[in-house]
Write a protein that binds this ligand. Structure first.
Ligand SMILES: Cc1ncc(COP(=O)(O)O)c(C=O)c1O
Length: 381
C-alpha cells in the first residue's frame, strides 16, 4: 500500500515548476540586492520584479508587500509591530480570538504579560466561529489592533473576516488576518477580499518553499519593525533578502494560488464522506464548522484514547495525519482550539486532523475508511 499523506495543512511538497523558478537564484543571481555594483544590481532588479509581480497578483502597490521568512514572522511583525505603533500613541488594547495560531496568540500574550497591553479574547461558538457583533462590542477607544485568522489550521473553520474588517475600518481600528491556511485552498481574487490592513502569507502551505512568507501592509500603515538591522523591506525588516525564497513564494503564488490545481469540489466531497464515516463509529465526534470550512480539512476526536496513540497507529498503517496538540515527552497537550470551543479536555487530547491536498485520491479515502475502525479499537485496547 502506498503511504497516504494527509497533512497538507502542516506543509506541502515543493512544486517542480516552483523549484525550477528558484534555481537561477541559487546559482546565477546570487548578489546582495543592497550592493551597488552590477552583481548586486542584478539581484535588486530581480527582487523588485518579484515584488512587482506579487503586488500584481494581490492587486496592491509594490510598497505594500513585505517579504518575510514565513507565517510566524509575518504574524509577529503584524501583531507586535502594530501593537507597539498603537501603544506609542496611547492605544494599548488588543482583540483576538482564542483559536488563533500560536504565532499570533503567543505574540499577543507577550504584549499582555511584558508590555502592559490589555488583551480581549472573544468567545467562539461550538464550531469555533466568532461573530462580528462580538468584535464590535469588544472595541474600545484605545483598541490598537484586532487580529482574527481567515481559516483555522486545526479544524478548517472559516471566520467572517471581510465583515469584521469592514466594521474595524468603520471604527478606525487596524485589522490583521492570519490567512496562511486560506491561500491555495479557497478562491483568491485580490488581497483586499479580506478587508484587512495586514494579511499574513506563508509559501510552504501552497507548494512553495519553507522559510518564505509575506505580509501585506496597507499603506500608509507602518508597524514598528520587529527585526532591527538594515533598511531592507521598507525599513520594516532588516536583513539581506532571501531571493531564492522570494522567487519560490512568488512563483508558487502565481501558479498555485491564482490558478489553483487544488481539486476543491472533490476534496469537499471526500472530507464530507469521511466525516459521515468517522462519526458513525462509537465515541467519535467531528469538530469545526461543517458549512464554513476549508474543503480539505476534517477534525475529529476519539473517546477513550489520545492523539499520540491514534497518530502512531495511523502512521504504522502508512497514514500520515496530525493533531492540533503539541506532544511533549509522551504527554499530550489538549488542543487550545478545541478547549476554546468548549470541548472537554479528554476529547481535546484525542484530536485527529486529516488535511487532504492536491495529490489525494478517492482510493485513499476508501482505504482509510476501511482501516480506521481497527486503528481506533487498537488504540482503545
Ligand atoms: C494559521 C497558521 N498561521 C501561522 C502558521 C506559521 O507558519 P510557519 O510555521 O511556516 O511560520 C501556520 C503553520 O502551520 C498556520 O497554520
Amino acid at each position: 500500500m502506498n503511504p497516504i499523506y494527509w497533512d497538507y495543512n502542516a506543509t506541502t511538497p515543493l512544486d517542480p515548476h516552483v523549484r525550477q523558478a528558484m534555481e537561477p537564484y541559487l546559482e546565477n543571481v546570487w548578489g546582495n540586492p543592497s550592493s551597488v555594483h552590477a552583481v548586486g544590481r542584478r539581484a535588486r532588479a530581480a527582487l523588485d520584479e518579484f515584488r512587482y509581480r506579487l503586488a500584481g497578483a494581490w492587486k496592491c502597490r509594490p510598497s505594500e508587500v513585505i517579504f518575510t521568512s514565513g507565517g510566524t514572522e509575518s504574524n509577529n511583525l503584524a501583531v507586535l509591530g502594530t501593537a507597539r505603533l498603537g501603544g506609542a500613541q496611547g492605544r494599548r488594547h488588543l482583540v483576538a480570538s482564542p483559536v488563533e495560531h500560536h504565532a499570533v496568540l503567543h505574540a499577543l500574550k507577550h504584549l499582555e504579560t511584558h508590555e502592559g497591553f490589555t488583551l480581549t479574547l472573544l468567545p467562539v461558538d461550538h464550531h469555533g466561529r466568532i461573530s462580528p457583533e462580538a468584535v464590535a462590542q469588544a472595541l474600545r477607544p484605545n483598541t490598537a489592533l484586532v487580529s482574527i485568522m481567515a481559516a483555522n489550521n486545526e479544524t478548517g473553520t472559516l471566520q467572517p473576516v471581510a465583515e469584521i474588517g469592514r466594521l474595524c475600518r468603520e471604527r478606525g481600528v487596524i485589522f490583521h488576518t492570519d490567512a496562511v491556511q486560506a491561500f491555495g485552498k479557497l478562491p483568491f481574487a485580490r488581497i483586499d477580499q479580506f478587508e484587512a490592513d495586514l494579511v499574513s502569507v506563508c509559501a510552504h502551505k501552497f507548494h512553495g518553499p519553507k522559510g518564505a512568507g509575506a505580509l501585506f501592509i496597507r499603506s500608509p500603515l507602518l508597524p514598528h519593525p520587529t527585526q532591527h538591522g538594515g533598511a531592507q523591506e521598507n525599513e520594516r525588516r532588516g536583513g539581506t533578502e532571501n531571493l531564492t525564497a522570494v522567487a519560490g513564494l512568488v512563483s508558487a503564488f502565481e501558479t498555485l494560488v491564482l490558478n489553483p490545481v487544488f481539486p476543491t469540489d472533490s476534496l469537499r466531497g471526500w472530507t464530507e464522506r469521511l466525516a459521515q464515516t468517522v462519526t458513525s463509529l462509537p465515541g467519535v465526534e467531528r469538530h469545526g464548522c461543517p458549512e464554513n470550512r476549508l474543503p480539505n480539512t476534517l477534525a475529529f476526536s476519539v473517546e477513550g484514547t489520545d492523539s499520540i496513540s491514534l497518530l502512531a497507529n495511523l502512521d504504522l498503517e502508512g497514514v500520515y495525519a496530525s493533531s492540533g496538540s503539541a506532544c511533549t515527552a509522551g504527554s499530550v497537550e489538549p488542543s487550545h482550539v478545541l478547549r476554546a470551543m468548549g470541548v472537554p479536555e479528554s476529547r481535546a487530547k484525542a484530536l485527529v486532523r486529516f488535511s487532504l491536498g492536491r495529490e489525494s485520491t478517492e482510493e485513499e479515502v476508501a482505504q482509510v475508511e476501511r482501516l480506521l475502525p481497527a486503528v481506533i479499537d487498537r488504540c482503545r485496547g
